[in-house]
Design a protein around this ligand. Structure first.
Ligand SMILES: [Zn+2]
Length: 247
């Protein structure tokens, strides 16, 4: 079945109108149904342990593929309460639901090349933390990341940067701030690995710095922001890098 323009255009118009008026709307009042907020928030450590347990099943070839049936869909139609947000790379080898052996409704997944931030991505994290009850935010970099590799390749080479075109240039510029702080003496894959870790940690830090909602959730211990790396080069194990916990 196709959706007609008559149906689509009014919806687009409504979206644009909402977007233009967003600064005047209190996000915690009119936009979220009660069904989406009534579930108690899980303890972040418990959520992380569950994700890592799922990753262990995945690595060991014992994935349970939970929450992937019609009964789950019927349950989720009433509302969603994803316990974790995972911000991961768009790389086709990185699929958080598979890597963590989770199902529908379990994790609020956001994917973009290089697991970078912009306003809409920060807003997506805020929505999950504030309105869906997610208590863990994991920024997950990964081995063999093309976005990070490209950033290292063109760093300090203005002509190569411009040759990427304006949009890839914008992507690279979001990752570039981590390059000067990389340890000296690293070459090749070791340098890329260090950059992947640095980028994930940087994004986790920036997420809190750029979002009052996320920062407040961390301060009030409603949520935790952490960074990790998915090692697709060695079986797919996820290693947690650091916790962003401030007093
Ligand atoms: Zn990547």
């Amino acid at each position: 079945m196709t959706t007609s323009w008559k149906r689509t255009l009014p919806a687009l118009g409504l979206g644009i109108a909402l977007g233009l008026g967003l600064s005047r709307i209190r996000l915690d009042t009119p936009t979220v149904s009660a069904q989406e907020t009534e579930s108690p928030r899980a303890e972040p450590g418990t959520v992380l342990a569950d994700l890592l347990e799922g990753n262990k099943r995945f690595v060991e070839g014992k994935a349970a593929h939970p929450h992937a049936d019609q009964a789950r869909i019927a349950e989720l139609a009433k509302g969603q309460h994803p316990r974790a947000v995972v911000l991961a790379c768009a790389d086709s080898r990185v699929a958080p639901e598979i890597v963590f052996d989770q199902g529908l409704g379990d994790i609020f997944t956001i994917r973009v090349a290089g697991n970078t931030l912009d306003a809409t991505i920060v807003g997506s994290v805020e929505y999950a933390v504030e309105h869906l009850g997610s208590s863990l935010v994991l920024v997950m970099g990964h081995a063999r990341c093309g976005a990070v590799r490209t950033t290292l390749d063109v760093y300090g080479k203005p002509d190569a940067l411009v040759a990427l075109g304006p949009n890839l240039e914008a992507l690279v510029e979001r990752i570039a701030p981590i390059v000067p702080a990389l340890p000296a003496g690293l070459e090749g894959e070791a340098r890329i690995e260090a950059a992947v870790e640095a980028n994930a940690a940087f994004v986790a830090h920036q997420l809190e710095a750029q979002s009052e909602i996320v920062h407040h959730a961390v301060e009030s211990k409603k949520a935790t922001v952490i960074a990790g790396v998915y090692d697709l080069a060695h079986g797919g194990k996820v290693t947690i890098l650091e916790k962003s916990e401030k007093k």
